[in-house]
Ligand binder design. Structure first.
Ligand code: 5RP
Length: 232
């Protein structure tokens, strides 16, 4: 890939490619979703082609990433995640100073969390524009809900203080890889993400949410000052 002229895109490329250099031969690798993680996936494919990397297998966090990775010739594992994942490289929409995240801008939050929780290292790659003093400041929280009764989930989220927008998709509502809907829930700055996560997880019909608390092990941030690699 030629270097990107647009700074944000260039930073995404730098962060993604830096994280790809953390992958070692023989590892089981989780491949994230989105315009930043894709740079890591492409770089891993190049390293395989040049022989710099050997004997890895990967698992994708979305059908889109799975299709891309297979097309690039990356050996893929079955969906049941038969082995522990050594390292996953994924993007995020918002990152707070505690390295907690909002994810799900691409709608892949549930698979992303499943893969992250099965990973020894969860490396988050972002451009510096994703850094935030408090989750929810810049980005709505994606909440994945079962289609049955989804309007009751809108009312529930509103009762928690969110302004809710059902995510639009092709000719109707967006569908996740699991066939569920996404309710983009704008809470504003979230004072207690752990408490909110608990309320969402206790609600029948809510399948997942984009709060990733205590899950990232590493953060790679690219920006005007270069690349920073932080560890929890
Ligand atoms: C997809 C995600 C992405 O990782 C997140 O939206 C960041 O995407 P991008 O790198 O394109 O900004 O959570 O569900």
């Amino acid at each position: 890939m030629p270097p990107q002229a647009n700074p944000e895109a260039r930073f995404k490329q730098q962060a993604g490619e830096h994280a790809a250099s953390l992958v070692q031969s023989g590892m089981v690798v989780g491949l994230g979703t989105g315009s930043t993680a894709i740079f890591a996936t492409r770089k891993i494919a190049v390293r395989l082609q040049t022989g710099d990397l050997q004997g890895i297998v990967a698992i994708a966090t979305s059908r889109a990433t799975d299709d891309t990775a297979r097309a690039l010739g990356i050996p893929m594992l079955a969906d049941d995640i038969p082995r522990e994942i050594d390292i996953t490289i994924d993007g995020a929409d918002e990152v707070d100073p505690a390295m907690d995240l909002i994810k799900g801008g691409g709608g892949a939050l549930l698979r992303e969390k499943i893969v992250a929780e099965a990973s020894r290292l969860e490396v988050i790659v972002v451009d510096e524009g994703k850094l935030s003093p408090r989750l929810g400041t810049h980005w709505p929280l994606p909440v994945e809900v079962l289609e049955f009764g989804w309007r009751s989930q809108v009312r529930f989220l509103e009762s928690l203080g969110a302004a809710v927008t059902p995510r639009p998709g092709n000719g109707g509502l967006f569908r996740t890889d699991q066939g569920n809907l996404i309710l983009d829930s704008r809470f504003g700055p979230i004072n207690n993400p752990l408490e909110l996560a608990g309320k969402l997880e206790a609600r029948a019909g809510i399948i997942g949410h984009g709060l990733f608390i205590g899950i990232a092990s590493d953060l790679v941030v690219a920006g005007n000052d270069g690349i920073r690699h932080l560890q929890r």
